[in-house]
Design a protein around this ligand. Structure first.
Ligand code: GDP
Length: 606
């Protein structure tokens, strides 16, 4: 079978999922009796919510005598290395763009990587059925974007398909009346425009995993494109490790892709995208070779972790109370983290103490997605404030710096620049276009912690932010982004009352509503001053005082501040933790006992 390998790039909601589903249906890749009603590329609920793809997935389509592999791309800069590695597996890219909205700045990052990798783009203008569609204008905008991103002449000469994914129609002509059922125009373009994968089945084997996967039965799996040669189940191969050593092993299982599924195959050859099982610690960037011809490929870029935090078992008095909690113990948490390590190459887990681990990742998003996944699976845990990973290089203390690219409406530029200044960022460039301002900065990774939340508030949600690791630079001894205000901490355990919250509210901003179970040492609000304050939020009205009776109903409380996981991680200090359970997020002091905490605070101030 002949082959084509393409990546798919789209802004969230521009119709990528619908398009891939429809192509699968129309291409007859499925057997008659297969249920195709519920196929979807973006299967992870968290991905849908955040509008990004986290782990690349491959979909394969049989069309005439071609096998077309479509590899999804993650849409966030925390995963920059992964995007580069995907572009190394494919020869073309489908850019799906909404016929009304046009190309969105959020796709710039992935698109830039694709163009830099030299892949051939095909543009799909989707949703042409919308009355507001403005196809020709949108094609112009895509062209401008390509030029701006430094596309080659060949890339600028892209072909366009006009589609209505939802109606299952497409055409090479923008005129709506030419839309026909099916996606053959697109599939034909993939075959005519995108080069066949390089490499030859006659050469000795070279297979390089670009991604990892994991499965209970076979363990770790390396996913990538076969650059040269053939691979068979049962064959002995030599794995060239990144440190220059080699290890021989027998290929236990081999998977190809068909539709949305991985399917077992007996053999595969140059150009195929496959998953190889058999080596328990296979890793990204290694090369599998014939045992008689050991020729490693150049290594691939793997993002180093720059942020760390501790994950520990939940030690709060409310541990295990959540109805959906399934996993509580240190053993269960450790097993789950080990499993994650099997498929996430940018994650590190180091032992901290018997009940906690130091987890290192690419950025806040990378780690918060892991935490969010754990809680949805029924885990309880407590996590600390994220910290950047400081390294000592040649005796010098170094910290990570990132390149930050943002776009915001002109009216919020002033406040954004001021914020960034206080976070140690250095402006590199500033340009204006259509009432938007684009700013480029170099910023210590420390300064980015918590910035996204502030940035979204400052730009009323209209800002766009992307950052990627730049380099380690000498550590600067300045305070960046520390919380300025203290917190209100519950003094005892019980249910909050409107009455008590009403008086606590005079001291600051509350995080909890009435009727919420709290414990001693739990953070229930923000103090309006710099120090922490222990407050009683559970006391009822004095029942002997007749005049106060019934006043609980008349207390008018301000709306509490909503606490999301990202917000909580940004917000807490070193002496605080976030308690995460399937249904609750609680902020707490590490030391729960009020008296003990006071002593510790006093000691610290000396
Ligand atoms: P994704 O986030 O890029 O995967 O986008 P989806 O495939 O989930 O589509 C986002 C929304 O756009 C859904 O509500 C779809 O029904 C809708 N949609 C997708 N394709 C079309 C189309 O061709 N025309 C119109 N009008 N709506 C579409």
């Amino acid at each position: 079978m002949k082959k084509r390998n393409v990546a798919i790039i789209a802004h969230v909601d521009h119709g990528k999922t619908t398009l891939v589903d429809q192509i699968l249906k129309s291409s007859g890749t499925f057997r008659e009796n297969e249920d195709t009603s519920n196929i979807t590329m973006d299967s992870n609920a968290i991905e849908k919510e955040r509008g990004i793809t986290i782990l690349a997935k491959t979909t394969a389509i049989n069309y005439n005598d071609y096998r077309i592999n479509i590899v999804d791309t993650p849409g966030h800069a925390d995963f920059g290395g992964e995007v580069e590695r995907i572009m190394n597996m494919v020869d073309g890219a489908l850019l799906v763009v909404d016929a009304y909205e046009g190309p969105m700045p959020q796709t710039r990052f992935v698109l830039k990587k694709a163009l830099e990798a030299g892949v051939k783009p095909i543009v799909v203008i989707n949703k042409v059925d919308k009355p507001s569609a403005r196809c020709e204008k949108v094609v112009d905008e895509v062209l401008d974007l390509f030029i701006e991103l430094g596309a080659s002449d060949e890339q600028i000469d892209f072909k366009v398909v006009y589609a209505s994914a939802i109606n299952g129609t497409s055409s090479l002509d923008p005129d709506l009346s030419t839309q026909k059922p099916g996606f053959n125009p697109l599939l034909d373009l993939i075959i005519s425009e995108i080069p066949a994968p390089s490499g030859s089945a006659e050469e000795p084997l070279q297979f390089q995993p670009a991604l990892l996967d994991y499965n209970e039965y076979v363990g770790r799996i390396g996913v990538g494109r076969i650059h040269n040669g053939m691979i068979k189940v049962g064959q002995m191969v030599t794995c060239c490790r990144l440190d220059g050593t080699t290890k021989q092993f027998r290929v236990q299982k081999l998977f190809g892709f068909l539709g949305m599924k991985k399917i077992e195959v007996e053999s595969a050859e140059a150009g195929d995208i496959v998953a190889v099982a058999g080596l328990a610690d296979i890793s990204v960037g290694e090369t599998l070779c014939d045992t008689t011809h050991v020729l490693p490929l150049p290594p691939l870029r793997i993002d180093e972790p720059t942020l760390q935090m501790t994950f520990g078992t939940n030690t709060s008095p409310f541990a295990g109370r959540d109805q959906d909690t399934k996993f509580l113990t240190a053993r269960q948490l450790e097993d789950r983290l080990q499993k994650e390590l099997q498929k996430d190459i940018s994650l590190r887990v180091l032992p901290n103490d018997a009940e906690s681990w130091i987890v290192c990742g690419r950025g806040e998003l990378h780690l918060s997605i892991l935490i969010e996944n754990l809680r949805r699976e029924g885990y309880e845990l407590q996590v600390s404030k994220p910290k950047v990973i400081i390294k000592e290089i040649d005796g010098v203390k170094m910290e990570p710096f990132e390149e930050l690219e943002i776009e915001c409406p002109e009216e919020s530029v002033g406040s954004v620049i001021e914020q960034l200044g206080s976070r140690g960022a250095i402006m590199e460039n500033m340009t204006n276009f259509n009432n938007q301002t684009r700013l480029t900065y170099t910023i210590p990774s420390r300064g980015l912690i918590g910035f996204t939340t502030d940035f979204m508030t400052l730009t009323k949600g209209y800002g766009i932010i992307n950052h990627s690791f730049k380099e380690y630079r000498p550590y600067e001894n300045i305070n960046i982004g520390e919380r300025k205000l203290g917190v209100l901490v519950s003094i005892d355990e019980g249910k909050t009352t409107a009455y008590a919250l009403g008086s606590a509210e005079e001291r600051g901003v509350m995080f909890v509503t009435p009727g919420v179970e709290v414990y001693e040492g739990m953070i229930v609000g923000e103090h309006s001053r710099e120090n922490d304050l222990a407050v009683n939020v559970t006391k009822g009205k004095n029942l002997t005082n007749v005049r106060a009776a019934g006043s609980d109903h008349t207390v008018v409380l301000k709306r509490p501040r909503p606490i999301t996981l990202e917000y909580a991680l940004d917000y807490i200090n070193e002496d605080e933790l976030v308690e995460v359970t399937p249904h609750n997020l609680r902020l707490r002091k590490k030391t729960l006992n009020t008296e003990q905490r006071k002593k510790e605070d006093a000691r610290r101030q000396k």
